[in-house]
Design a protein around this ligand. Sequence first.
Ligand code: ADP
Length: 281
Amino acid sequence: MSNCDSCASSSQCSTKDKEKCNSKDNKSMPKYGNIKNIIGVISGKGGVGKSTVTGIIATRLSKAGYKVGVLDGDITGPSMPRFFGVNEKRAEMIPVNKTEVKFIPVKTKLGIKLISLNLMIEEEDEPVIWRGPVITGALSQMYADTEWGELDYLIIDMPPGTGDIALTVMQTMPVDSMIVVSTPQDMVSMIVKKVVTMIKKMNIPIAGVVENMSYIECNNCGDKIRVFSKKSAQEQANYLQIPLLAEMPIDLDLVESLEKGEAEEYVVNSSEYEALIQKII
Ligand code: ADP
């Protein structure tokens, strides 16, 4: 017997059950009333810039005047606290009754509310050696047990990969739309296409693809040199069969600001990233 396309369960279910199971409205977690939009940022392949794009989108949305939260779903490799330069801070817990506690997100300089496992463990370089179900459970808990308050956008840096963890998170979290991150390399596109197919099977809307590290700008003439591929970003979007949201340069100033924990300030002042949110909001 073949596994269910959407949930990988080997138990038999009727067509009607499958439709319900695939529906984006049938998530095991609710969308809390004071969070208006939940956007997942996903890539399928590590190292393409998913977390960096998450940070940039959150920063630009905040600059545009929206109330923004970020949930660092990359449980085994959380990097959002470093992007925002808040890795020395720790999320507080407050009791809501005798048995329950809530996490208070750490606020970035712009006021973005951030929750990450690295803001909860003692040392940021402590490894998290957990199996899939524990990782997905921790992420659900971080989402549900956080006092998010009122948010226009909650951006989730989705777990990497195309396996069980990514699938379970897609089934669990009430994501309104997904932003896919890729780089201009055929091997990356091939893996990213798997993610796109997965998202489509789950009936989650896809806003489009951000092509990261598309080009480097020549310091002398300003020409855009496509380092990894002669194909255009639009060709990659056509291959993935989703809209192109933006192409982002290889940006050495961004890397330097990331190293210093000053990426938020850099991104908020850089005109380079203005276009990134135009097709999202
Ligand atoms: P992922 O979340 O997909 O694993 P990251 O966002 O952590 O990827 O990025 C991987 C590395 O690439 C990081 O060292 C980051 O600083 C760097 N990087 C990401 N985007 C860019 C960019 N546009 N220009 C230069 N370096 C980048």
